[in-house]
Write a protein that binds this ligand. Structure first.
Ligand SMILES: NC(=O)c1ccc[n+]([C@@H]2O[C@H](COP(=O)([O-])OP(=O)(O)OC[C@H]3O[C@@H](n4cnc5c(N)ncnc54)[C@H](O)[C@@H]3O)[C@@H](O)[C@H]2O)c1
Ligand SMILES: CC(C)=CCC/C(C)=C/C=C/C(C)=C/C=C/C(C)=C/C=C/C=C(C)/C=C/C=C(C)/C=C/C=C(\C)CCC=C(C)C
Length: 510
């Protein structure tokens, strides 16, 4: 890997004009970079941290390799067009071995409602119908409608919706699929679920099915995204990259470099340079400047428009901020756990919630992943990795003395572990290693304002209609990643990367 450290950089001045400069090497940034490099563009990626990946990065401690973010990965299917991670790697002639996950989520919900989302669609539907036999028809109709959305998406090439020639072509090739998507773009899951389902407990189940990836209940979750998540888990499936989630970014970087483009680490962009109302380059924290024909920010919109630009925030962005707010961040427990406490045939991903009213509260819903059930090589022999996380706001972690901060981490972690004892009795006794990340950790290491997981609607919106694409109100400046259409999720930001690269490539005449 060619890592150029600031002091050795041969191109520290403005003499080289890159086709595109990308701020940040999250999966959104890297998919844009590799797509452009594959089309022959000369790209520079600038990453403030020491490795690529952002929320999809990793860190190693005492023989454990922990994923920074979620370990439940969509987008690694082998057919159709929605397998965007497989496709992004293929575009730069690389690939990753993945391990299929037989159960997407094992839910442990109020009133002892236990449901497993099996990879096999029919098995999942039967399991849910067994819990709610009186809603058998509604359950089928609801999830079948999600398949309609997915089938539309999965039939067409997925590129920039800001490129008229692509839109015309795709419309002539797949008129019904396009009209289907136009119909669902303004819709949310809650309205569709209520058309078929009336049992309040089942509607709550649909809420948590949405909440665990969109961080909002069904009424605010866009139907297009639900169509992807609720169907692709049974189609392409959930597949874990061998060697950990961090491998995805590592492989993309390898591919990027093979195509002659480059990435620099410890390269924090402090300012996007604007000349004659156009973005023309970036200035780093260490004073270096780089020039590019196009500038693409993989930082969040809050970071991009409030911290990296000295010009007034465009009206369009002000409007966006009235519609979307920052979601909470997470408290993350990265645990090493003795294998004895993990029964054979345990599932990899769990959701634990004891009271429906607390679903959206900090520490209400607990997410747990045990990636070593799929790839044991991530932990020392005889041990597993437990990654437990629960939403938390940064405000609750500010202004504490170092001692109080440490103590709060310990106490909050202990509460989470205690609750997880319900699923894995003996967990506390079985601990071998513990590292706790707070919203402050996420802000510091991921460079995300307030450590946010991403944008969520302030109020009920019209599906995805208000989510911006990649172009911005500033000429030459584009955004990519989870504060662009269609939002959070690796496969979602991969789509954003494909779309952004397509729009930029057309603008560059590539
Ligand atoms: N299972 C899953 O689906 C899963 C797993 C992990 C992550 N994710 C998702 O990935 C999404 C995030 O991906 P993304 O691509 O939008 O962004 P990201 O936040 O992961 O990456 C942004 C990158 O930009 C860098 N950066 C920020 N500001 C910078 C600056 N000024 N200069 C240089 N570098 C800077 C950060 O260090 C980071 O590496 C989230 O929505 C998260 O949910 C999903
Ligand atoms: C031409 C005409 C007329 C028209 C046109 C129309 C059209 C074409 C349209 C189109 C559209 C489109 C393309 C769209 C797209 C979309 C997409 C791609 C989407 C995607 C999505 C995805 C997603 C959302 C994903 C997500 C995921 C996630 C978030 C995940 C997460 C996870 C986690 C958090 C974890 C959990 C854990 C546990 C449970 C433990």
């Amino acid at each position: 890997m060619t890592t150029v450290s600031p002091k050795q950089s041969p191109t520290a001045t403005t003499d080289h004009l890159y086709d595109a400069i990308i701020i940040g090497s999250g999966i959104g940034g890297l998919v844009t970079a590799t797509q452009l490099a594959a089309k022959g563009a000369n790209v520079l990626v600038l990453e403030r941290y020491i490795i690529p990946g952002g929320s999809a990065g990793y860190f190693e401690r005492q023989g454990y390799r922990f994923d920074v973010g979620a370990s439940m990965i969509f987008g690694f299917g082998s057919q159709g067009t929605t397998n965007l991670l497989t496709r992004a790697l293929e575009a730069v002639e690389t690939s990753l071995e993945t391990i299929p996950d037989p159960v997407q989520i094992h839910y442990h919900l109020p009133n002892n409602l236990e449901v497993k989302v099996h990879r096999e669609y029919e098995k999942f539907i039967q399991e849910l119908i067994n819990q709610f036999p009186h809603e058998a028809e509604g359950i089928r109709k609801f999830y079948d409608e999600c398949w309609q959305v997915f089938n539309c998406l999965n039939s067409m090439e997925l590129l920039s919706l800001e490129e008229p020639r692509y839109l015309t072509r795709v419309f002539f090739q797949h008129p019904f699929a396009c009209l289907g998507l136009v119909k669902y773009l303004p819709q949310n899951v809650g309205d569709i679920a209520r058309r078929y389902i009336s049992d309040p407990a089942l509607l709550k189940f649909i809420d948590i099915e949405c909440y665990c990836w969109s961080v909002v209940p069904a009424e605010k979750t866009p139907m297009i995204n639900a169509g992807m998540v609720f169907s692709d888990r049974h189609y392409g499936g959930i597949n874990y990259p061998k060697g950990g989630v961090g491998q995805i970014a590592q492989k993309l970087v390898e591919g990027l470099e093979k195509k002659g483009s480059k990435i620099e680490y410890k390269a924090r962009v402090k300012e996007i340079i604007i000349e004659n109302n156009k973005a023309v380059g970036v200035r780093l924290a260490d004073g270096r400047e780089y020039r590019g024909k196009r500038i693409i920010s993989n930082a969040t919109r809050w970071d991009t428009f409030e911290k990296l630009l000295s010009v007034q925030k465009p009206k369009k962005e002000q409007k966006w901020q009235q519609r979307y707010q920052k979601s909470p961040s997470f408290l993350s427990l990265h645990l090493g756990v003795k294998s004895e406490i993990v029964p054979e045939n345990s599932d990899c991903h769990h959701i634990l919630l004891e009271e429906w009213e607390k679903m959206e509260e900090p520490e209400g819903t607990i997410f747990l992943s045990i990636p070593t059930l799929l790839d044991p090589s991530l932990a020392p022999e005889g041990c597993h990795i437990f990654h437990a996380f629960t939403p938390h706001w940064i405000d609750d972690w500010q202004g504490l003395s170092p001692q109080d901060y440490e103590q709060k981490k310990e106490e909050t972690a202990a509460k989470v572990i205690q609750r997880l004892e319900k699923i894995f009795p003996g967990l506390e006794e079985g601990l071998d290693y513990q590292e706790v990340g707070t919203p402050r950790t996420h802000r510091r290491f991921l460079g995300r304002d307030d450590g946010t997981y991403g944008p969520i609607p302030q109020k009920k919106l019209m599906g995805l209609l208000a989510m911006p694409f990649n172009q911005t109100a500033i000429s030459g400046l584009y955004c990519v990643g989870d504060s662009t259409f269609p939002g959070q999720g690796l496969n979602a930001v991969a789509f954003s990367g494909f779309a952004c690269a397509h729009r930029v490539a057309v603008d560059l005449g590539l």
